[in-house]
Design a protein around this ligand. Structure first.
Ligand code: L14
Length: 337
């Protein structure tokens, strides 16, 4: 079997670190693994299987012998460095918001639109975490009866913002317990014991960019420019795992039994729905589960074509690192590199 040279760019970040772990867990066929980061973390070592791999600084020609580069360094650095990596001959799978809506860049969730990968011109974009888990869960319903409108409210974990935000929540809880003053640096308000209806930056129309991303990215991934996505995104004091309350308005009527059956058969989905026994998807369950967890299945009592779901996913894994590695696996199995 062929093996590949892979670089993880941003290896010391919360998502980059998951990427390295997932490459090891899934035994990705590696010829070589290079871990790259900005000057700040260069020189550090990360263990990979039984080896230690040094973090190197990104510099010209470094991508020349790389087949696939997994990027998780944020939009601004990605915009500059990803096109350079492509020129040097690598395929880039980018986790940032930089290229997602670019017409020449496939935006891919393998369970939903793996065939789009073939159109790549060097860069493939990894969607936003909240979008990924939602489309994995709704795709089987969409294929069966169509979906016209989605109303979604998210409850997003702090790890999406990165390691510093995880620290901030930990520290606020500690300070609360010891009666010290709580400091908010990463978020504009205290996140411990609070809910912030604010993810990413605000845009002129009053929506946050996270909400706009859910609207645009869902349409692009589903190839449906008419699909309506009404999103409200909130930050909750949870470390890992995004939760979503989703109401679907389908195009044709579907029974709850059929929805349940479709979700049972769907790749990457686990139905966790036994409310009588107090079993439903939990953020804590997603910490140890790579599937998207779906439960609280109900008919919308206010609309004949409405279905309610509660969807939970691990934002660092399926929402980011795992989806990126799955794209890389598609790239190699279809010999697109
Ligand atoms: O990938 O939770 O566009 O603060 C940006 C906001 C990832 C999550 C993205 C957060 C998101 C992040």
């Amino acid at each position: 079997m062929r093996s590949y040279s892979v670089a993880v760019v941003g290896a010391t970040g919360a998502v980059g670190w998951e990427m390295v772990k997932i490459l090891a867990e899934r035994n990705f066929p590696l010829k070589k693994l290079r871990l790259l980061a900005t000057a700040r973390s260069a020189g550090q070592e990360i263990s990979f299987k039984d080896e230690k791999v040094k973090i190197e600084v990104i510099k010209p020609r470094i991508f020349a012998d790389i087949d696939i580069a997994l990027f998780s360094i944020g939009s601004t650095p990605s915009k500059e460095i990803a096109p350079r990596a492509v020129k040097e001959g690598a395929i880039v799978i980018d986790n940032s918001n930089a290229f997602r809506m670019d017409d020449h860049v496939p935006l891919v969730v393998p369970e939903v639109n793996r065939e789009d990968i073939a159109e790549h011109q060097g860069i493939i974009a990894n969607p936003n975490c909240s979008t990924i888990q939602m489309v994995v869960a709704i795709k089987p319903i969409y294929d069966e009866v169509g979906i016209k409108r989605i109303i979604v409210s998210t409850y997003q974990a702090v790890s999406g913002t990165g390691k510093k935000a995880i620290k901030e929540l930990q520290q606020q809880v500690e300070h609360y317990n010891t009666g010290q003053e709580m400091e908010a640096v990463i978020y504009p308000h205290q996140i411990a014991f609070n809910v912030l209806p604010h993810i990413d930056v605000f845009t002129e129309n009053g929506y946050t960019r996270e909400e706009i991303k859910m609207f645009n990215e869902t349409r692009k991934i589903m190839h449906d420019p008419e699909l309506l996505v009404n999103a409200t995104c909130a930050r909750v004091p949870v470390f890992y795992g995004h939760s979503e309350a989703v109401t679907l308005e389908t195009a044709r009527e579907i029974s709850l039994e059929r929805v349940r059956e479709l979700l049972h058969q769907a790749a990457g989905v686990k139905v966790v729905d036994d409310p009588v026994n107090l079993i439903y998807p939990l953020a804590l369950l997603a910490e140890k589960d790579d599937d998207v967890l779906v439960g609280r299945l109900r008919k919308d009592l206010t609309h004949r074509l409405g279905i309610n779901l509660w969807i939970v996913g691990n934002n660092l894994r399926k929402g980011a690192a795992l989806n990126a590695v799955q794209i890389a696996e598609e790239v190699i199995t279809n010999q697109l590199v």
